[in-house]
Design a protein around this ligand. Sequence first.
Ligand SMILES: Nc1ncnc2c1ncn2[C@@H]1O[C@H](COP(=O)(O)OP(=O)(O)OP(=O)(O)O)[C@@H](O)[C@H]1O
Ligand SMILES: Nc1ncnc2c1ncn2[C@@H]1O[C@H](COP(=O)(O)OP(=O)(O)OP(=O)(O)O)[C@@H](O)[C@H]1O
Ligand SMILES: [Mg+2]
Ligand SMILES: [Mg+2]
Lengths: 168, 168, 159, 159
Amino acid sequence: MYLREIQIENFKSFGNRVRIPFLTGFTAITGPNGSGKSNIIDAILFVLGVRSPKMVRAERLTDLIHKGAKDANYCKVSLIFDNSSRELPVDSDEIILTRKIKKAPLPNKPDNYYSYYYINGKSASLSEFIGLLSEGNISENCIVQQGDVTAIVEMSDMQRRKIIDELA
Amino acid sequence: MYLREIQIENFKSFGNRVRIPFLTGFTAITGPNGSGKSNIIDAILFVLGVRSPKMVRAERLTDLIHKGAKDANYCKVSLIFDNSSRELPVDSDEIILTRKIKKAPLPNKPDNYYSYYYINGKSASLSEFIGLLSEGNISENCIVQQGDVTAIVEMSDMQRRKIIDELA
Amino acid sequence: KKEAFFEVFNKVRENYRKIYSQLTGGEGDLILENEENPFEGGLIIKVKPPGKRSLSLKSLSGGEKSIASLSFIFAIQEYEPSSFYALDEIDMFLDEKNAEKVAKMISENSRKAQFIVVSLRRITLMQADHIYGVTSSNGVSTIIGNVNVREVEKMVEVK
Amino acid sequence: KKEAFFEVFNKVRENYRKIYSQLTGGEGDLILENEENPFEGGLIIKVKPPGKRSLSLKSLSGGEKSIASLSFIFAIQEYEPSSFYALDEIDMFLDEKNAEKVAKMISENSRKAQFIVVSLRRITLMQADHIYGVTSSNGVSTIIGNVNVREVEKMVEVK
Ligand SMILES: Nc1ncnc2c1ncn2[C@@H]1O[C@H](COP(=O)(O)OP(=O)(O)OP(=O)(O)O)[C@@H](O)[C@H]1O
Ligand SMILES: Nc1ncnc2c1ncn2[C@@H]1O[C@H](COP(=O)(O)OP(=O)(O)OP(=O)(O)O)[C@@H](O)[C@H]1O
Ligand SMILES: [Mg+2]
Ligand SMILES: [Mg+2]
């Protein structure tokens, strides 16, 4: 079950809708400092349901919405997985997981927003979403963020053992 | 007032007495992972009077003593500065600052050690030592350790302002 | 519960010893603080780079810590592969020789799982099957697909 | 007391603006949280890389943070140079273009102060006046003096 494509819309430095198709095997992403490489990784974490904006270098979730020449009021990221081997219990060759954040300012709460999750375009609850991800063996453990390569060695022995607990 | 030479004796991965002469200008140090490059930086910090062993990746100060084929019971580092312009109030063309740690195990305190400071070979107090360094404008602020390049940006605004306080 | 833990731990430990040795030529191991009741203790990593004694993790160099950490990540991957892995600048501390070894191991592992690796290092990019370039203009990012290594060299090379 | 502070702050701020602009082509600034009573507030860094709006420090990329930090270090150095600087892998996040700019600025500044820089990056080593190699055998370090860049390339290059 591999990642076929990422669609990034108004997320961080991605000002329009950008489609990044992926093939199996080993893909490298490179480019100048500040161009948006880690933002792609943040987009993946965003769909995987990251709760704390600090994990993706933002103060609030609404900071993830592209600020640029034209300020959008929402951001949306989709991960499109190949499911032709029916690894996930969904009868479809392709599984599209989408997360969207939309600004919804209120008089007493200007940073208010709505959060949406979709599976193949249909509204889904966060638990259905997380459930599908864990069946596909996809979690934040598959992601090493910039600067975290030595995290395994720097964490406490107890935290490290808990990684094994979670696999068992 | 430049650094003419570092002498490293039994410190971390330096198992003998190693002399590293320096010239003015821009010197680069390179080599394979784990070869000892950052240990040279730690040796400089050691002489500058670092108090906490954690600053130089050690549990206790005695961990800085070389462990190898022949375990030494002391380590010693000297920084030799050129003072021909008499920038420091010492009547000598060269100023040698030396720090030494020597194991001195006691029945109730096996990790006990003695700490020595020398200026041009003569025993000195820590305050004389620190005094001379600050007159030579040498402090830990001149040293950026591996992984700390973004520390200025990551610290709090208050801590950053204190850097200016110290200069004033 | 304890059985399930040891089932995982023993396999991951075996993988760790093999992978660490493959990457460094030295020896690495995973040790339980409390073998009777694993849940009451932690999981200790012990490494012995070639020619050195067993070293405390704290005193390791940046590159040595990276290799010890990556070996753990790959050991877990071998036990229970995920569909894909996203690794951002894991080669930042690695010298050329270690960066190449890690990139080659990723290339090998990428037959079983998809790897998406952000890197600025030529030696890593050279091992990839596909390379994407990211650039930005006026703060807006664009993706350049299917760049080959020679074009990348022009992109990252200094004029 | 306040006067002494502003004496330093104003010069360092002017240096910061010049250095950040020289390194990036963008604009950087140092702002006091409390201009009336500086000691009751902090020192804020604001940066605006070319083509982008003024950015929150948190959202900066690894390379952008490095440049913002290094500009501050160099700004202080210009105000009150130290005899020597020891910098360990400050280029770890920098792309080739930024690594070269920083190395060239160090080369320029090294006329007034001595710089000792640990680096694994060819582009940085190429700017140095002198290069030392460090190797270890059986856990014991040795220094190889006055290596030239071509020998370094053999040392760090992968066979
Ligand atoms: N909501 C947003 N709108 C516009 N730009 C944003 C937003 N959030 C973050 N950015 C910008 O994205 C840039 C960082 O991008 P990213 O971290 O992906 O760079 P990078 O390619 O990984 O660089 P490096 O090689 O230095 O790590 C920053 O300049 C940041 O200001
Ligand atoms: N007291 C000691 N005796 C012997 N070896 C030691 C001692 N303390 C530290 N070391 C060893 O020094 C090595 C680390 O050296 P150092 O950090 O200088 O490497 P480096 O050249 O900076 O590598 P990198 O490029 O990965 O940062 C480690 O292998 C560590 O175990
Ligand atoms: Mg990045
Ligand atoms: Mg190092």
